[in-house]
Design a binder for this molecule. Sequence first.
Ligand code: T4K
Length: 406
Amino acid sequence: MTKKSVDDLAIFGGEPLYVEPLHVGRPNIVDREKFLQRVNDLLDRRTLTNYGPYVQEFERRMAELVGVRHCIAVCNATMGLEAVIRALGLSGEVIAPSFTFIATAHSLQIQGIKPVFCDVDASTHNIDPDRIRECISPRTTGIVGVHVWGRACDVRALSDLANEYGLKLYFDAAHALACSYQGDMIGSFGEAEVFSFHATKFVNSFEGGMIATNRDELAEAIRLMINFGFRGYDNVLSLGTNGKMSEVSAAMGLTNLENLPVIISKNRENYENYRERLNGFSGIRLIAYDEREQNNYQYIVVEIDEEMAGISRDLLTQLFHAENILVRRYFYPGCHQMQPYRTLYPNAGLHLPNTERLVQRVMTLPTGLSIDSADILTIVDLLDFILLHQNRIRKMLFRQSSPSGK
Ligand code: T4K
């Protein structure tokens, strides 16, 4: 630990612990040689997009991994969600969590469908099936579950509810590649599930997404939709858009997918390292992964209990950022507090007590291939130092902010 006194903290003018920022979602880049070889191949072939061989291989490998009949590669997960929503014929209202990345809600609203925000379970962070019924109205056509942090939703309870009310159920599985629910791989549940391969995800294709489904007709409709509705040359069968994944993205995705075990093993090592070191910190709780399931461990998520820890998540974030350790407040402030939802549904927060509480408590910490045990030690030591000296830190911050400097 390099901080000897509170004055050494970067927020008070000390040297930041890191010169280059330490990120939560630094892209994992593995086997550069293999990737570049694939880039050379695709350049030689001059097939850059439009369902080329790498996209086909990527889809095939994903379908094998997930155990579904169809995997459809798309340019990003947001486009994937939009295509699923449209192909399912959803309209009116769809029940969605607010504790998620904004794309879950936007992919509905942009198609004129109201996301009706449902509260999450305080311990799983996932949509709470017990709160779904109160969100159902005559306009409800669907439910979207998000497997937040890769921890599976209560799929069974959600499926039962969807069946009972005749609603379509689909999943935003952006975080959940290579994770399982009761032993079965995520990707095979509901009507469809959508994975993300954004640069910040543990397996990336620069930008990219994959729709997984066992429904033949749905897959067919989505394939048409993401390719302008084309079936062969000069033959457009339906309304569509351009949601295709490029070959270079698929080359990156394939290369990273081949190295999935290496990345997961590093994520797990980091997770266990954090768990060991954070053990015993009052008011700081690292979320647990169910070890009976398959997990990708791509997020290191802590909940800060301000009363117990004595310090708020936001002050901690500020102190870490000053040190160039860019911890994140995912998913602050919650979709319902972002536009256009904040204006459209100003009272949504009244029904979301767990969400409101979580967005004030959650902090995600750096992990991935670029983080090693020395970084984790530095991060946890800094946390320890801050907690120990929090009273003095607050006093100094107060003095800094008061005009007289006293
Ligand atoms: N559903 C859920 C539940 C999601 O979490 C997401 C995406 C989606 C749907 C939509 O998937 P996509 O349509 O994106 O495929 C990031 C990602 O941009 C976003 O994809 C992700 N969720 C979300 C959880 O995190 P931010 O706000 O953290 O900012 P971003 O992308 O700038 O990345 C954070 C840091 O990582 C940067 O400060 C710098 C570093 N970074 C980032 C990129 C892109 C790099 O070092 N290199 C890079 O190339 O959103």
